[in-house]
Write a new protein. Sequence first.
Lengths: 306, 267
Amino acid sequence: MSSRLTVDIAGLKLPNPTMLAAGILGLSPESLLEAAENGAGAVVTKSVGLKSRVGYANPAVVQVDGGLLNAIGLANPGADYFAEEIRGLKKRKLGVPLIASVFGFSTEEFAQAAEILAKAGADAVELNVSCPHVEKTGSEIGQDPVLVREVVRAVKTAVEKPVVVKLTPNVADVVEIAEAAVKAGADAVAAINTLRGMAIDVETAQPILANKIGGLSGSAVKPVAVRCVYEIYEAVKVPVIGCGGVSDWRDAVEFMLAGASAVQVGTAIASEGLGVFESITKGVDAYVRKRGLRSVRDIVGLSHRR
Amino acid sequence: MRTVAIANVRDECADVKSFTFSDRLCASAEPGQFVMIWIPGVDEVPMSLSRLNPAATLAAVTVKRVGEATTALHRLKVCDVIGVRGPFGRGYDISRFQKVMIVGGGTGVASLAPLVELLVKRKKEITLMLGAKSRDELLFLDRLTSLSRVKSRVVVTTEDASYGLQGLVTTQVENSLPKRKEFDMIYACGPERMMHKMFLLSKRFSVHLQVSLERFMRCAIGICGTCLIGRYRVCRDGPVFSSEQLLEVEDEFGRFRLGFDGQRLPV
């Protein structure tokens, strides 16, 4: 492992600054292992709640210009079931930090699910206060700084592991929410989750997604994500994780220049395959070396220099 | 998502209909690839392409009426509109195999029919084994037997003895394999238990095998994880898997599939 590539996020040691984003594969030990073996520097599980959910009917994912729209509906097997999967995974050699994404329909549910998964062996938890298409959770919490503070505090009390808060871009002021999360004890923030979006088929005049409204991801959202990371980096002291439309090393570098310590990759796996992690890492490494810098850490926030 | 008008509806056998539509991408798909078919306002489901006609830019899916989505699809008529995504996944590998056996069970024959047509065109030596519960569930019997007259052998089984030999198609395969060890490849598609039996036979008789797996799906492009079997994504790495790949997922194949909530369900 080249020390030039390692990053430290709230005590989590990543061998490189790429991460498997929440909601992508991430429901089985094998898929998380596969992402790690293909070069992800950390893996985030699919969001898990206290109880299992089958999610929404299909179509749940559809391609649109510049990305994907999805409304899977927080389908997950439930925290107790998934805790067993994590225990099984910990017995095998993952080699990179395992971050459990968690959601809840109340502060208590967030805390309980986080506690169950942290106890099972997750190295950190990421709070999904940003899913844009399920009522009474996700972005309905993440759009309100008071609720964000409550949830983060409750989870920080329940678990001793680092807590990452994944933010929604569907707000007027993302910085206000990031600051609320950090004040409540968040060890890092990830920006951004998907943007609320919709697609309608013109032949049938029907919304395509069964849930009608979903979340937009992919290159279409990247400028929004870069702006969010840039603004948040100026306002908070904790590490920022960039997410939204990262598909190659240039995207990753752009996020890092904006202030991201690492980047999460999701949608690009559909077009680039799992090799995307290694190719991003190689490209970022080459960029850093070409500029005579010692570490990828040296480019974090560089665009803020005047 | 593309929307296409249904160009033809054909009753195939009991509760099974084929829907033909014009679509350039689907018409030039590989045998074994699948599409996501959207029944507007109802559901979107993965389906094998059962007919590939690139010259006429026509493709078809063949559907048994089993649940809400397939019942809604069965109600559709010529000129009704459906959505199509795909074709997706990896189809059957036909590269270097000369003497092949094709084993189809029930509606699994849908995914094999374009393969048989291609193999006939490539002048391969084909042994066709078709099985169903009864005569009225034998899919594409005429289409395939008329095609494969040249250099091929056809064995048909029904569980109720209403047509051909009585019993399971895998029993006939088991009987014929020791005598005919010379197969370069076996292709199988049908109920998972039948394909699992074929997997065991392929191990026992050391014959290469490819099967087409079925799983619940959402994205069909390899990111949602709904169709995982071991480390493989059926939508992306499959749906056709080799016996070597199946060996890696032996703990799951024929035993479990993931439900829409990500919990394992018995197959």
